[in-house]
Design a protein around this ligand. Structure first.
Ligand code: ZN
Length: 92
């Protein structure tokens, strides 16, 4: 019997530590664009967020995403991320 240890990461929205598997990675890619990293393997500066649009809204309000990615994030990006999060939710 082995105990699988899942690393914890902090959600930039609610600031709670959660298993990595429950979070979605948001990265800033080489082109300077912000995107969701469903595989967790893309290169770039990343931040973690619950798979929940409520946390995305919190991250927008507290500027957690901007701080983590060290860039200004326009509203359109949050809107695009929100749509992506919603489509992720409907798949599960
Ligand atoms: Zn959260």
């Amino acid at each position: 019997m082995s105990t699988r240890r899942i690393p914890l990461r902090k959600c930039i929205g609610c600031n709670e530590m959660k298993p990595k598997t429950e979070l979605i990675r948001v990265i800033r890619n080489a082109e300077g664009n912000v995107e969701l990293d469903g595989t967790g393997r893309k290169n770039g500066r990343g931040a973690y967020l619950c798979r929940d649009t409520a946390c995305l809204l919190k991250a927008e309000k507290n500027k957690g995403l901007e701080h983590s990615l060290k860039m200004a994030i326009p509203k359109e990006v949050y809107e695009a991320l929100e749509k992506e999060l919603n489509s992720l939710g409907s798949e599960e």
